[in-house]
Design a protein around this ligand. Structure first.
Ligand SMILES: [Zn+2]
Length: 298
């Protein structure tokens, strides 16, 4: 199984609730725990502007590249603008395109970054600048590598940008399971939204997810799933109000891969959020996801 990663994925956020150093720390832990080998990592090329324009407005891309976002646009991102940030998100989008391509070959591939599901065509918000996996879907459709795709978004926050991008597009099924009483507001409808109340624990979460996956995969046959494997449904997350344990998150990951594998659907993984009080927990959750992903690769 290939992992797509760059040292330049770091969003250069300084002391921020989003620990963007997590990408490098997860890579190091994967090597230290011997989950993967150094040769399994691939450095992505940045996405081309034409790739990005399959999802995003050219004017928004131009403002990002030239540092011309307004004060309000930067406020809405909730992360500081920097040239390093722009380089990182262009690379992350390239990484998610590549993860999609490699998943089609190997059954499973991982972008050790991305999952920026709050980014809309014309603006970014909630730490998300470019919707990397929406770009991946559009690129692979344009290449005729896939006709239909599904997004399975298990980040604790609803995938509003993704829902807005693919709303009304019958070639993409968007599934989001999230805490209802949390950012973002409003929540544009996904194809299937599973709205969970505050404090939901492992058993109820897993039952709801299984029901949702069964429903989605009986209605719709995608050529590829992008799995948005947010670490923030964890019970000790600072920005999430669900109460999943580490074991519960393992079972969540396994459920997604098992359901996809039973129907021979390739899965491309992106990491998305994770704000555990101890950054080690976030790293552990991402590492576990990748260990489980590897079991399902060809
Ligand atoms: Zn999140």
């Amino acid at each position: 199984m290939k992992l797509i990663y760059s040292d330049r994925y770091d969003l250069n956020l300084g002391n921020h609730v989003f620990p963007s150093v997590k990408y490098r720390l997860t890579k190091e832990k994967l090597l230290q725990d011997k989950v993967v080998e150094p040769g399994d990592f691939i450095e992505p090329p940045p996405a081309s502007d034409d790739d990005l324009a399959l999802v995003h407005h050219r004017e928004y891309l131009r403002k990002l590249q030239t540092g011309k976002l307004s004060y309000l646009e930067v406020m809405r991102l909730e992360i500081p603008y920097s040239p390093e940030l722009i380089r990182a998100v262009w690379l992350s989008a390239g990484g998610s395109i590549l993860a999609g391509r490699l998943a089609l070959e190997d059954g499973v591939a991982v972008n050790l970054g991305g999952g920026f599901h709050h980014a809309y065509p014309d603006h970014g918000e909630g730490f998300c600048v470019l919707n990397d996996f929406a770009i991946g879907i559009r690129r692979l459709q344009k290449d005729q590598a896939i006709e239909r795709a599904m997004t399975v978004d298990c980040d604790v926050h609803q995938g509003n940008g993704t829902a807005a991008i693919f709303g009304g597009d019958h070639s993409v099924f968007t599934l989001s399971i999230h805490q209802e009483n949390n950012y973002p507001y409003p929540k544009p409808p996904s194809t299937l939204d599973i709205n969970l109340r505050d404090g939901v624990e492992d058993a109820e979460y897993l039952a709801e997810l299984e029901k949702g996956l069964d429903q989605a995969l009986s209605e719709f046959q995608p050529g590829l799933i992008y799995y948005v494997a947010g670490a923030d449904p964890y019970r000790d997350d600072q920005l999430g109000g669900l109460r999943l344990s580490l074991a519960g998150l393992d079972r969540r990951d396994r459920l997604v891969f098992e359901k996809a594998s039973a129907k021979n659907i390739p899965v491309a993984v992106t990491l998305a959020g994770g704000y555990a009080r101890r950054v080690e927990d976030t790293i552990q959750i991402h590492t576990n996801t990748i260990r489980i992903a590897k079991e399902f690769a060809k």
